[in-house]
Design a protein around this ligand. Structure first.
Ligand code: PLP
Length: 498
C-alpha cells in the first residue's frame, strides 16, 4: 500500500467506523455466532499471493463484525464498561503510525516524557498524594496493560523489598493477602510467582469489604504458623458487588505489620475524579497508606483498551526488583540518571505508546467532561436501583456501588419464605431468560452462595430510556419466572452459578 492508497483506504475505514456507530443501537448487543463460526468462513492457510485491500476491509464487515459484541452499545450492562472514544481511536492511529518498542527513553523520547506528564495529570485529577507523582522524583506513575499486570508488578516489587529486608525468610513462607472478593488477579499472581494467596473472610454486615479486625487476626495467626504475609491487595470496588475494603482500618494495620498495600481500583478508581466520591472511596486513607494504586482508564475512563494506570510511592522499589540492564540497552541519559526507562517499571521489555490516548482523551473532555460521564452513569444506575427497590418481587443484594446494581428476584409477602436454593434456582432461570436476548446484556455473580444479577452502567451512549427499557425487560421476565414457579413449573436444581 502506498501513501495515496492509504489515504483512500484510511478515509473509507473512518467512514465505515462512523456507519457502525451511527447504527449501533440497531445492532445486537451480543455477537450472535456459535463457537467456531469463523474458521468455517476463512481459509486454512495464509494466501500465497497478496490480496487487494478493499476485499480485506470488506471482510471486516462481512466476517468480523458479526462476531463482535458491542461494548459501546447503550444497552451493554455486563461486567464493567470498556469505554471507547473517537479521541482514543485517533490517538491509537497516531501512535501506531510512529510505532516503536518504547523500552527506553531513547527509543522515542516523546513516548516516555508524555507518559510521565499525563500520569501526573491523572494522579492530580484523582487527588492522589504528591508522593505518587513522577514530579516528586520518588514515586511515579506508569501505564500497564491491565490491572492484573499492575498487581503483578506491585507484588514483584513488594516481594523483592520484603526479602531484601528479611534475608532469612524462605520465599515458600510468603503470603499474598486478599479477600474472597479480590479479583482473581491475586490468585493468578500467586500462581505465576510460586507464592501462596490467602483469601481473608468478608461479611455481608460490612457489605463484603475487609475489616481491620479480620486482617489483624490473620496476621497474628499466620505469623504464629511461621508464615510471612508481605502484601495486601485491597480493593476499591470489587468486581462482584463493588465492595470497598475498609481502608481506614486496614491501612494502618498493614503499615504497622510491614505489608505493602496495593489498592486495586481497576473499575472504581476513576470515581476519585469527582470530589463528592472521595470520602466514600477512602481517598484520604489511600493517600496515607497505599504503596501502590491502580485504576484502569480503559474501563470507565473514556479511554480505549488498553490503559491501566499504576502509581507507586517508591519507584526504586520497582526498579530494584525489575531493572535488568544489559550493555546493549545502556544509554548515556539513563546512566546519568536523567531519564526514566519505563521497561524497568514493568514486566516486559517493549511497550506500546499508550499515553497519547490518555492525553487526547483528557484534553478533549477535560476534567469536567470526565466527571460528567461518571456522574451520569451513577445517576442512571441509581435510577435502576430505584426501580428494583420499588418492586415487590425484586431486591438489591447489596447497596448500589457507584454505577453498579446487584439485585435478584426475591418475592416479598409470600406465605412460606423461599430457601436460598429456591431463590438461586429462580434467579438462574431469570438470568438464562435474559441472556438469551440479543438486545441487552447483563452478568451474573455469586455473592457468598447467593446467585445475583449485575447491571453495570458506564457506556457513553446509555440514556435514561435504555435504563427504563432494561427494567421493563428484566421485570417482565421476573414476573414470568415467578408466575411459572407459583404454577408449579420445575426450577432448575442447584448446580453452581456458571
Ligand atoms: C476489571 C477488574 C480487574 C481486572 O482488570 P484487567 O485489567 O482485565 O486485569 C481487576 N480488579 C478489579 C477490581 C476489576 O474491576
Amino acid at each position: 500500500m502506498d501513501i495515496e492508497q492509504f489515504r483512500k483506504e484510511g478515509y473509507k475505514a473512518i467512514d465505515a467506523i462512523c456507519e457502525y456507530y451511527a447504527g449501533l443501537e440497531q445492532r445486537p448487543v451480543v455477537a450472535q455466532v456459535e463457537p467456531g463460526y469463523l474458521s468455517k468462513l476463512v481459509p486454512n492457510e495464509v494466501p500465497e499471493k497478496g490480496e487487494p485491500f478493499p476485499s480485506i476491509a470488506a471482510d471486516f464487515q462481512r466476517l468480523i463484525l458479526p462476531g463482535i459484541t458491542s461494548w459501546q452499545h447503550p444497552s451493554f450492562f455486563a461486567y464493567f464498561p470498556s469505554n471507547a472514544t473517537f479521541e482514543g481511536m485517533l490517538a491509537d492511529l497516531y501512535a501506531s503510525s510512529v510505532t516503536n518498542p518504547g523500552f527506553n527513553w531513547a527509543c522515542s523520547p516523546a513516548c516516555t516524557e508524555l507518559e510521565s506528564v499525563v500520569m501526573d495529570w491523572a494522579a492530580k485529577m484523582l487527588g492522589l498524594d504528591e508522593a505518587f507523582l513522577v514530579q516528586s522524583g520518588v514515586g511515579g506513575g506508569v501505564i500497564q496493560t491491565s490491572a492484573s499486570d499492575s498487581a503483578l508488578v506491585a507484588i514483584v516489587a513488594a516481594r523483592s523489598a520484603f526479602l531484601h529486608a528479611h534475608p532469612n525468610v524462605s520465599p515458600s513462607d510468603l503470603l499474598i493477602y486478599g479477600t474472597s472478593q479480590t479479583h482473581s488477579l491475586g490468585a493468578k499472581a500467586a500462581l505465576i510467582l510460586g507464592l501462596n494467596f490467602k483469601a481473608l473472610e468478608v461479611y455481608p454486615t460490612y457489605q463484603y469489604g475487609l475489616r481491620g479486625s479480620t486482617l489483624q487476626k490473620a496476621i497474628l495467626e499466620d505469623r504464629q504458623k511461621g508464615k510471612h504475609p508481605f502484601v495486601l491487595i485491597a480493593t476499591l470496588g470489587t468486581t462482584s458487588t463493588g465492595a470497598i475494603d475498609c481502608m481506614p482500618e486496614i491501612g494502618p494495620i498493614a503499615k504497622e505489620a510491614g505489608l505493602w498495600m496495593h489498592v486495586d481500583a481497576a473499575w472504581a478508581g476513576i470515581t476519585l475524579s469527582c470530589p463528592e466520591y472521595r470520602e466514600k472511596a477512602y481517598l484520604k486513607d489511600i493517600n496515607l497508606h497505599a504503596d501502590s494504586f491502580c485504576t484502569n482508564f480503559h474501563k470507565w475512563g473514556l479511554t480505549n483498551f488498553d490503559l491501566s494506570a499504576l502509581w507507586v510511592r517508591s519507584r526504586t522499589k520497582l526498579t530494584d526488583a525489575l531493572d535488568v540492564t544489559p550493555a546493549f540497552l545502556r544509554t548515556k541519559q539513563s546512566d546519568a540518571g536523567m531519564v526514566i526507562d519505563y521497561r524497568n517499571w514493568q514486566l516486559s521489555l517493549g511497550r506500546k505508546f499508550r499515553s497519547i490516548k490518555l492525553w487526547f482523551v483528557l484534553r478533549s473532555y477535560g476534567v469536567e467532561g470526565l466527571r460528567a460521564h461518571i456522574r451520569k452513569s451513577v445517576a442512571l444506575a441509581t435510577h435502576f436501583a430505584d426501580f428494583v427497590q420499588e418492586s415487590s418481587i425484586f431486591e438489591l443484594c447489596t447497596p448500589q456501588s457507584f454505577a453498579l446494581a446487584v439485585f435478584r428476584l426475591a418475592p416479598k409477602d409470600v406465605e412460606t419464605p423461599l430457601t436460598q436454593d429456591q431463590l438461586n434456582g429462580l434467579n438462574r432461570t431469570l438470568f438464562h431468560k435474559i441472556a438469551a436476548r440479543s438486545d441487552i446484556t447483563i452478568t451474573q455473580t455469586d455473592v457468598l452462595g447467593m446467585f445475583c444479577l449485575r447491571l453495570a452502567v458506564g457506556a457513553q451512549r446509555t440514556e435514561e430510556r435504555h435504563i427504563r427499557r432494561a427494567w421493563e425487560i428484566i421485570s417482565t421476565a421476573g414476573v414470568e419466572v415467578w408466575a411459572d414457579y407459583q404454577a408449579g413449573k420445575p426450577v432448575p436444581v442447584e448446580n453452581g452459578t456458571h
